[in-house]
Design a protein around this ligand. Structure first.
Ligand SMILES: CC(C)(COP(=O)(O)OP(=O)(O)OC[C@H]1O[C@@H](n2cnc3c(N)ncnc32)[C@H](O)[C@@H]1OP(=O)(O)O)[C@@H](O)C(=O)NCCC(=O)NCCS
Length: 266
């Protein structure tokens, strides 16, 4: 395959990565999609940009495919952030929040004419990688491969509110699996935005669940007024994948694009 598949979806706004940093408006969020299964030569190039700590962590992964995908993911994240900051990929400092959220080291995040620090978040599922970048206060992204979720009702009982569950259950049977995945990715994008974890913070966000309707945060900690601070976007990065982007703290506009060769040619 010579190029990432041309799926129109929402991923046609950003033509290429080069110069993307200059196109990032103050309330814009850019979402890049890429394949993680890359040719060995490209992987070797990306591996060279990783920190020693990243390399050690990924080499400890058991399966060769997981090692390769972790290397591709972090290498592509560094490649994208290099374009936005003007700092070489290998020199970027990445720090971690208390629940593991990676962030740009503060002086590098703030290196810009603009006043707000550069934020990013990452999600992967199978061979699909999403990288969200913006100068908004906080953002989170999630993606899931669409599959039939065994015993989704049991998972929903543990992870969703009773209102979310009853809205899913009121849908025609053939839509419930898609609604489960839409609800999951929307809630996970929100908890990733605040840098927490699925089980610690899923209950804080009540979201819309209907797969065909616009995504939205309905309440935060039971407060519908606080939900107005949030923008939630439904993502369909490619056939067979569903995702969400959550942004808080300012009005936002999402633009999305595909990392083509030589960034991420499968
Ligand atoms: C963070 C979490 C939601 C990620 O979910 P997932 O479905 O496994 O993975 P995703 O593909 O959606 O996201 C993975 C990426 O999210 C980012 N990430 C990791 N932890 C994160 C967090 N707490 N918040 C936001 N983003 C996070 C990373 O970039 C990671 O990719 P990378 O390791 O290749 O850089 C999930 O692992 C979780 O709930 N973690 C909680 C951990 C926790 O509470 N720890 C307590 C302290 S030990």
């Amino acid at each position: 395959m010579s190029e990432a598949p041309a799926y129109p979806g929402l991923f046609a706004d950003l033509p290429d990565l080069h110069g993307a940093g200059t196109k990032l408006g103050v309330s814009d969020v850019h979402v890049w999609r890429a394949h993680l299964d890359l040719p060995r030569e490209r992987l070797t190039e990306l591996d060279r940009t990783l920190s020693a700590g990243e390399r050690d962590r990924y080499r400890a992964l058991r399966s060769e495919r997981d090692r390769a995908r972790a290397t591709a993911s972090r290498g592509l994240v560094r490649r994208v952030l290099a374009e936005y900051t003007g700092i070489p990929a290998a020199d970027l400092g990445i720090t971690y929040g208390p629940a593991g959220k990676p962030e740009l080291h503060a002086p590098e995040a703030e290196r810009s004419e603009q006043s707000r620090a550069l934020r990013f978040n990452v999600a992967h599922s199978s061979d699909m990688l999403l990288i969200a970048v913006g100068r908004v206060p906080i953002l989170g992204v999630d993606v899931e491969r669409i599959r039939s979720v065994a015993r989704w009702e049991k998972v929903a009982r543990r992870a969703f509110s009773s209102e979310e569950r009853s809205r899913i259950e009121s849908l025609p049977a053939e839509l419930r699996n898609a609604a489960f995945l839409a609800c999951w990715t929307r809630k996970e994008a929100c908890v990733k935005a605040i840098g927490e974890g699925v089980w610690s913070a899923f209950g804080r966000f009540e979201v819309s669940v209907e797969p065909g309707l616009p995504a939205g945060v309905l309440s935060v900690d039971g407060d519908p007024v606080a939900a107005a601070e949030w923008s939630l976007y439904h993502l369909e990065p490619a056939p067979g994948f569903v995702g969400a982007l959550a942004v808080s703290g300012s009005a936002s506009r999402m633009l999305a694009g595909t990392l083509h060769h030589p960034e991420a040619e499968p």
